[in-house]
Design a binder for this molecule. Structure first.
Ligand SMILES: NC(=O)c1ccc[n+]([C@@H]2O[C@H](COP(=O)([O-])OP(=O)(O)OC[C@H]3O[C@@H](n4cnc5c(N)ncnc54)[C@H](OP(=O)(O)O)[C@@H]3O)[C@@H](O)[C@H]2O)c1
Length: 223
């Protein structure tokens, strides 16, 4: 039977490619974007498009009724924003709020609405994290607000799985990827990154739930 897939934050980059590849594999895909252009790009791929701004709690709170009655084999939280800066200067309040609201608060607001639908299908709930959120072996303070947000996202995933024991939760690193965020110098194409993410997610079992996985599908040894 065709997979039921939800991708949150799919207007471009990794999210859009996830929609493309899952559609190509025959899945029924529901995907979110916050702009008219993003919604049009999703419809062009044959996805059901929902408007959600993950940094706006009122917008996120509408997701549950829009998904009423769905059973999700796969859900992915992809929306994310980057920020520069290091510990030589404090983050500004607007920049901190922008990054933490998008990368962490949005995910924490989505989980209670979407995880029960993933449990219904005994499915998988992936969260696109980053190597930059790995605490063990951190080698630079570059983009420290972003690092903090992804480390917090990993904790949200590790903790939330206890409340949804019939779903497989996973934080997933996509590698350094050629998107608007990753830039053209990134070593990995978005097609290869997404193929690896899909493979990793498909291979996980309940025993893996809550862990943080590297691009090659192995769990980070310490994080
Ligand atoms: N590229 C990399 O090298 C890399 C490495 C590690 C982790 N990641 C993570 O991978 C994920 C996807 O990044 P990407 O590389 O595909 O970046 P991207 O091309 O910049 O795309 C970011 C996506 O997030 C969406 N988004 C941002 N804020 C949002 C909001 N408030 N509400 C809804 N959607 C929002 C964007 O939508 P709009 O078009 O509306 O802005 C866009 O679809 C992010 O979580 C990122 O942190 C990327």
């Amino acid at each position: 039977m065709a997979l039921n897939v939800l991708v949150i934050g799919a207007s471009r980059g990794i999210g859009l490619e996830l929609v493309r590849q899952y559609r190509e594999a025959g899945a029924r895909v529901i995907a979110t974007a916050r702009s008219d252009e993003g919604l049009a790009a999703l419809r062009a791929l044959g996805a059901t498009a929902l408007r959600v701004d993950v940094a706006n709690p009122a917008s996120v709170s509408g997701l549950a009724w829009q998904l009423d009655g769905e059973k999700l084999d796969v859900a992915l939280y992809v929306a994310g924003v980057m920020s520069r800066g290091n510990a030589k200067a404090p983050p500004t309040q607007p920049d901190f709020d922008r990054v933490l609201h998008t990368n962490v608060l949005g995910a924490m607001q989505v989980i209670p609405q979407v995880a029960p639908l993933v449990e219904e299908a005994q499915g998988r709930f992936g969260f696109i994290s980053s190597d930059m959120g790995c605490i063990a072996g951190v080698d630079s303070c570059y983009s420290w607000t972003y690092r903090v947000s992804k480390a917090a996202l990993n904790m949200a995933v590790a903790a939330a799985r206890h409340d949804y024991p019939r779903a497989i939760f996973a934080a997933l690193s996509p590698g350094w990827v050629q998107t608007d965020m990753g830039g053209p110098s990134a070593p990995t194409t978005v097609q290869d990154s997404v193929a690896a993410l899909r493979k990793t997610l498909a291979q996980l079992t309940l025993a893996d739930s809550g862990k943080f996985f590297m691009q090659d599908g192995q769990p980070y040894p310490g994080w």
